[in-house]
Design a protein around this ligand. Structure first.
Ligand code: ADP
Ligand code: ASP
Ligand code: MG
Length: 403
C-alpha cells in the first residue's frame, strides 16, 4: 500500500478557512488512491499563548506539566481537520500521539521519537480511513506526555514517514519551498529545487526556521526524502534528499541569520589548562547552549579574554553562573545583547578556494564589522551587530550570485 505523510504547520491550520483548504489538499491525495497519514501542528499562535500563561504563573514552570499543556494545541487542530474531512464525506479520525502510542526519549520539551506503534493506524487505513495525528509530542517510558521542541511537528512527520516506510513525506507550510534566504526578509531570495540533507541541516540550525533542525537530522539518519510545499498555492516545492541526487554549480546554496543571540566576554581569565572547561561545565549542566567561542592569544602568557555566544534568553542565567563560579577568577564580565549570526552554507565551498575572503570582503565593502567567526566544512558564520543583518544578507546574496 502506497503511503504518504502530510504535515501541516501552524499557519496552514491557522483559521477556519485555512482548515477547509487543508481538508481539500488531503482529499486530493485520497482521490489519487493514496493512503494518507496526516500530522498537524497547533493553530498558529496557540503554542505561544500557552507558553505565555506558564510564564505568568511561574518563572520555573514544572517541565512535565509544561509539556502536557503545550501538547494541547495540536489536539484541537487535529479534531478540526478530522471533523471537516468527515463533513466532506471522508472517513477520518484524530489521534493524540499517546493513543498510538508514539514513544519518546530524552528530556521534557526536547524529546525525540524512538518508536511508533503502528497497529491502530494501519488497521484504520486498511478500511480507507485518514488518520490525523497530533504532531510535536509523544509519551515517555513513565507514560507522561512529552514534546519535541519548538517546530517539532516536522520531526513527527519525518519519524512517521520512517516507521510507516512512507513513499513520500510532504511538509506543507506558508512558503512554497526552501529559499536561498528567508523570502520574508529578502525579496531577491530564490526557491531551491533540490537541497542536500547536510545543507538543509546547516541552514535550519543556523536560523532558517522553515524546518526544525532535529527533523532534518532524523531525515538524514534514516534517509527519508521529503518535500517542502505551500498549503496556500499549488506550486512545485523543494526536495530535500541525499547529495548524490543533486547537481548544482552554485558554490553557496543559502544564507541564514539568527535572532536573539548574545555575546559574552570574560575579561582577564587565567591563561592555563582547564579554565575553559571550568567556565563551560556549569553552563552545560544548566542546559545553556554555547555556540561560537574565541579565546584571544594572551600577550603576557598569564591572562586572556574568553568570548562566546549564547541565546539572549540565557544571558541572565549565564551571568549569574559565571559570577558565582569559584573555580575561575576574572576581571570583568561584559556582554552585548544586540548581535546576530549571519552564515553562508554550501557544499560547493569544500572544493572552491577563496570563499572566506569573498565573504569578508563583501561585508567590509558595506562597512559591516565582524566580531566572531566560526566555520565548518560547508558553512562560514560571522557575528555582527543585529542592526546590520539585512544589509549583510543582501550583500552576501549578491556576492554569491544568488540574486
Ligand atoms: P510552519 O508553521 O508551517 O512550521 P514555520 O513558520 O515554522 O512554518 O516555517 C516557515 C517560515 O520559515 C516561513 O514563513 C519563512 O519566513 C521562514 N524561513 C526562514 N528561512 C527560510 C528559507 N531559507 N526558506 C523558506 N522559508 C524560510
Ligand atoms: N505547535 C508547536 C510549536 O509552535 C509545534 C510546531 O509548530 O511544529 O512549536
Ligand atoms: Mg515550523
Amino acid at each position: 500500500m502506497k503511503i504518504v505523510v502530510l504535515k501541516f504547520g501552524g499557519t496552514s491550520v491557522g483559521n477556519i478557512d485555512r482548515i477547509k483548504k487543508v481538508a481539500k489538499i488531503i482529499a486530493s491525495y485520497k482521490r489519487k488512491k493514496l493512503n494518507v497519514i496526516v500530522v498537524s501542528s497547533a493553530m498558529s499562535g496557540t503554542t505561544n499563548d500557552l507558553i505565555r500563561k506558564t510564564e505568568e504563573l511561574s518563572n520555573n514552570f514544572d517541565s512535565a506539566e509544561y509539556d502536557v499543556l503545550l501538547s494541547s494545541g495540536e489536539q484541537a487542530a487535529c479534531a478540526l481537520i478530522a471533523g471537516r474531512l468527515k463533513h466532506l464525506g471522508l472517513k477520518a479520525r484524530s489521534w493524540m500521539s499517546w493513543q498510538l502510542p508514539i514513544i519518546t526519549e530524552g528530556p521534557y520539551s526536547a524529546s525525540r521519537i524512538s518508536k511508533i506503534n503502528k497497529t491502530k493506524i494501519l488497521t484504520f487505513m486498511k478500511t480507507g480511513g485518514i488518520p490525523i495525528i497530533t504532531g510535536f509530542q509523544g509519551i515517555n517510558l513513565d507514560s507522561r506526555i512529552t514534546t519535541l521542541g519548538r517546530g517539532g511537528t516536522d520531526a513527527s512527520a519525518i519519524m512517521l514517514a520512517k516507521f510507516f516506510n512512507a513513499d513520500a513525506c510532504d511538509i506543507y507550510t506558508d512558503v512554497d519551498g526552501v529559499y536561498t534566504t528567508d523570502p520574508r526578509n529578502h525579496s531577491k531570495a530564490k526557491k531551491i529545487s533540490k537541497i542536500s540533507y547536510d545543507e538543509m541541516l546547516e541552514m535550519a540550525s543556523l536560523g532558517a526556521k522553515v524546518m526544525q533542525p532535529t527533523s532534518v537530522q532524523d531525515a538524514k539518519l534514516n534517509n527519508i526524502n521529503f518535500s517542502v510545499k505551500s498549503s496556500f498555492e499549488k506550486k512545485r516545492g523543494t526536495l530535500i534528499t541525499g547529495t548524490k541526487k543533486i547537481f548544482s554549480n552554485q558554490i553557496i546554496t543559502g544564507i541564514t541569520s539568527t535572532k536573539n543571540d548574545a555575546k559574552v566576554t570574560i575579561v582577564g581569565v587565567k591563561d592555563k589548562p582547564g579554565v575553559a572547561a571550568a567556565v563551560f561545565k556549569p553552563l552545560s549542566l544548566n542546559q545553556i547552549n554555547v555556540d561560537m567561542v574565541v579565546q584571544n592569544i594572551s600577550l603576557n602568557g598569564k591572562e586572556t579574554d574568553l568570548t562566546f555566544t549564547i541565546k539572549s534568553e540565557d544571558l541572565k542565567k549565564t551571568e549569574k553562573i559565571i559570577k558565582k563560579n569559584k573555580r575561575i577568577s576574572f576581571r570583568k564580565f561584559s556582554y552585548d545583547n544586540n548581535v546576530s549570526k549571519v552564515s553562508i552554507v554550501g557544499v560547493g565551498m569544500i572544493t572552491t578556494p577563496g570563499i572566506t575572503y569573498r565573504m569578508f570582503q563583501a561585508l567590509a565593502s558595506k562597512k559591516i564589522n565582524i566580531m566572531v567567526i566560526s566555520t565548518s566544512e560547508i558553512k562560514i558564520s560571522v557575528l555582527i551587530s543585529n542592526k546590520q543583518i539585512k544589509k549583510a544578507v543582501a550583500a552576501l546574496h549578491k556576492e554569491f550570485k544568488l540574486d
